[in-house]
Ligand binder design. Structure first.
Ligand code: MN
Ligand code: FE2
Length: 297
């Protein structure tokens, strides 16, 4: 076994000014909300006033989120292991908050379903496209890190997990929830949780952006690899949206389904624009990145 190096008692200490350490501090302040404290009593009343199509649309969103949160909770560990193996202490400290938050998100959606009295099987909402992403691509890409911790494997994991699943799919899901519920002024408990989730996720996506910028800076050829991976995933995001829209011109809550699709397309391009900024940067500049430069809420 390689001789271990202890960082905190060395001259290096902790990189308190580094982006991942600052993100860790932020997570300790903001990531402490408790799903079990949210009041769903008004949500229960509102739920009864929805028509069957509206209920189906909300249940589809919730069931996809519930399964998605479960999947990201179960699939994150190999990335934490890979980062720990490299001795990146500040990053791992942040990642401890990351996994804890995903666990709370999983808890949150179960509490919502329980409050609405929806205890049936919702797996019929997991379409072929959904299954391809969450039952296949995500677990395979993350599991690969158990045996392969190459920069390519870590970059691929972060593209799939942070950029695509969190940065495109989850962000689109929040947008759809707000479109449906905020405009109709219903289900405040669900929206309160979504607001908290969105902030947590902005830190997760922020970490992924830092990680990919760091990897691109250390191995410039990875930019094209990352761009190709995003391009490969893009049709899946479009198809998942189309399945939700189901050919309708007006959504069940009166919104324009094109807005959701346009939101997804914008997210896809924004993610790549932010990563492109890593090109030509020095590694010290990446460690000095600020929250606002990376879009952390
Ligand atoms: Mn989450
Ligand atoms: Fe997340």
């Amino acid at each position: 076994m390689e001789k271990r190096t202890i960082l905190t008692t060395s001259k290096r200490g902790l990189l308190e000014d580094s982006f991942p350490y600052r993100l860790y501090q932020k997570a300790k302040r903001l990531g402490t909300w408790n799903p079990a404290d949210i009041d769903f009593s008004k949500d229960q009343q509102d739920w009864k006033t929805l028509n069957p199509v509206q209920k189906q649309d909300i249940l589809r969103l919730i069931s996809q989120f519930q399964a998605g949160e479960e999947a990201v909770t179960l699939d994150l560990l190999p990335l934490i292991m890979a980062i720990a193996k490299e001795g990146r202490l500040e990053e791992e400290m942040f990642l401890t908050t990351f996994l804890y938050e995903e666990a709370k998100h999983t808890e949150f959606f179960r509490l919502v379903l329980n409050a609405l009295g929806e205890r049936g099987d919702l797996s019929h909402f997991h379409t072929e496209t959904y299954q391809k992403i969450f039952y296949e691509i995500l677990p395979t890409t993350m599991e690969r890190l158990i045996t392969d911790q190459s920069p390519e494997a870590i970059a691929e994991a972060s593209v799939v997990y942070n950029m695509f699943v969190e940065g495109v799919l989850a962000e689109t899901g929040y947008y759809s929830f707000y479109e449906a519920l905020e405009k109709s002024n219903i289900m405040p408990g669900l929206l309160e949780g979504i607001g908290n989730l969105k902030k947590d996720e902005s830190r997760h996506i922020g970490y992924g952006t830092f990680l990919l910028q760091r990897l691109i800076c250390e191995h410039p050829h990875l930019f094209d690899f990352v761009a190709a991976k995003m391009a490969e995933l893009t049709p899946l995001a479009i198809r998942l949206n189309q399945e939700g829209i189901d050919g309708r011109e007006v959504s069940s809550f009166g919104g324009n389904p094109d807005d959701v699709m346009n939101f997804t397309l914008k997210q896809l391009s924004v993610r790549m624009e932010v990563l492109a900024r890593a090109k030509g940067k020095k590694i010290e500049e990446i460690y000095r990145l600020t929250d606002s430069e990376i879009g952390v809420l």
